[in-house]
Design a protein around this ligand. Sequence first.
Ligand SMILES: Nc1ncnc2c1ncn2[C@@H]1O[C@H](COP(=O)(O)OP(=O)(O)OP(=O)(O)O)[C@@H](O)[C@H]1O
Ligand SMILES: [Mg+2]
Length: 465
Amino acid sequence: MVRKGLEWRSLVPECLRSSFIPKRPAAALEPKKKIKIVAKQSSFQRLSYSDVSNPASPLSPEDLSTSLVGSNLYVFTLAELRLITQGFSSGNFLGEGGFGPVHKGKVDDKLRPGLRAQPVAVKLLDLEGAQGHKEWLAEVIFLGQLRHPHLVKLIGYCCEEEQRTLVYEFMPRGSLENHLFKRFSASLPWLTRLKIAVGAAKGLQFLHEAEKPVIYRDFKASNILLDSDYTAKLSDFGLAKDGPEGDDTHVSTRVMGTQGYAAPEYVMTGHLTAKSDVYSFGVVLLEMLTGRRSVDKTRPSREQNLVDWARSSLNDPRKMARIIDPKLEGQYSPKAAHKAAQLAYQCLRHNPKSRPLMSAVVDTLDALLALTDDIPVAHFVYTAPTEAHLTKRQEDDHRDEAAKKSSSPARDKAAGRYDRRRRSVGVRSPKALTKFGFSDTSLRNKDYARVYQNAAAAARSHGAT
Ligand SMILES: Nc1ncnc2c1ncn2[C@@H]1O[C@H](COP(=O)(O)OP(=O)(O)OP(=O)(O)O)[C@@H](O)[C@H]1O
Ligand SMILES: [Mg+2]
């Protein structure tokens, strides 16, 4: 059953739908709407997602770029993106998530005035996939306007016919997920883990404390990207939500997110608060402490859910030592690990009100960076990675990924090798959803579809939007 009001069409302004190439010049737009947009920009207020996703006041692509004019976003053509990624070649393939494939590209200083030469990551919508325009628009609206050292920088976008693309700063060390869980990746040292935790926490704190607060809703290890010095930056704002305003304590929404990371009260009721992000932060902190995935179906049944397995050990230093990541080989501060475990425990509390604010999380973790005197002295020779090592490792990673995925409809089509028309935009087939245990076709992402069936039902019965 497709729920009325949840179809992509109802969420997307008319002129930004799949056939949205503007039929009228920007000057012909109704003056009322123009005034509204200009007023928002002149007061330097962040444009809300609801401002542009309201079907009653559709925005043209020109309006979108005008509205975001202060954000310094570049609008690229697909031909330009093809050029900088060498035709979305498999050699430049970085990986693929729910939105579509990601390729490395190289921008030179002649592409756009003011845009410096740099490597970029180009994320291309998979037109056959589960995500669509809505996620693209959320990314452009949120990440296009929010700037912070711990948020990945959106450089620009492309929107041609039905194709949607996002261009980001390139993050040389990829995602935290790859570092923690890839079988052959070297173990992240203790202090590097703490540095990443502090950085990611600062990113969330910034979102929660913004003038118009943002709930991130998809905090997980794969969405934490790492710069060359392991500075953590949050990516993927496709699920982000403007926080509650005025006296409201929460926003009601469809249950979306990723199994194992989403807060239980949100899963059960669809009520979303900043404390839902705090819970997800607790899960990632636990992943960093234990080196285990939030959900791991390959483990014995009582160990498959990380939070259930670890919770009772977090407040007891002796038990804690038993669950710490063996890949650390004892090279960590027991004092700091115990405090981090207690912090994870607090973030994972069932009652959202008992969870700490992200500002408190940042303060606690920051202090742990100084606890180094009880880290055992290691007897090994450390070779600092050089630029050449890094490049080699990226090349190896790219080769692995490319071998796994030698062809992708989105990449092939963008490269001009593929000409199948897209039949529907972002609505998953009922058959595919049934495979994931869902009867509701409004849940559109393969990951999000993994969120528990009863949760979606509960959210529906609460009249979530
Ligand atoms: N800015 C970037 N710089 C370098 N690599 C990136 C960048 N953005 C994404 N990647 C890589 O591309 C891959 C896919 O990322 P993407 O965010 O699309 O999917 P995901 O996070 O794995 O899944 P999900 O759709 O659930 O978010 C990841 O392996 C990530 O490391
Ligand atoms: Mg991601």
